[in-house]
Design a binder for this molecule. Structure first.
Ligand SMILES: Cc1cc2nc3c(=O)[nH]c(=O)nc-3n(C[C@H](O)[C@H](O)[C@H](O)COP(=O)(O)O)c2cc1C
Length: 111
């Protein structure tokens, strides 16, 4: 059984702790969880769905450390991968300047 949190993975779910929803669910249930939400991007998914807004690129600081600490088990990537199938390879190799932003124009090429 998995549980996903959404929006922006770096936003704490409750005051007083850095844990996001995936982190809380794992802590309280002991079940494996997947985090998701704006990995590598600066705006949340819902702003694209409701307003057609694009998203710029941001560094994913601290994400691998949070996985290594066991806060959550997997990381889901949506828009970053939709516009760039080489996203994971570029992140692995530190090729930040080659990442492609999730622009409305790029999104239009998906359908
Ligand atoms: C064009 C587009 C289509 C999507 N279609 C679906 C879908 O059919 N089912 C679903 O559960 N989520 C869908 N999503 C949501 C993604 O699975 C993901 O939860 C969301 O984009 C958050 O991740 P992100 O912030 O990394 O983009 C879609 C997202 C985008 C941008």
């Amino acid at each position: 059984m998995f549980h996903c949190s959404t929006r922006r993975f770096w936003e704490p779910e409750y005051e007083g702790s850095d844990l996001n929803l995936a982190g809380w669910v794992k802590k309280l249930t002991g079940k494996p969880t997947i985090t998701v939400g704006s990995v590598g991007l600066d705006t949340e998914f819902m702003s694209f769905i409701s307003e057609g807004k694009g998203a710029g690129i941001v560094k994913i600081e601290g994400l691998s450390e949070r996985v290594e600490r066991g806060e959550f088990d997997l990381v889901a990537v949506g828009r970053s991968l939709l516009v760039d199938p080489y996203w994971a390879i570029k992140i692995r190799d530190g090729r930040w300047d080659e990442l492609i932003p999730f622009t409305p124009e790029a999104a239009q090429t998906l359908s």
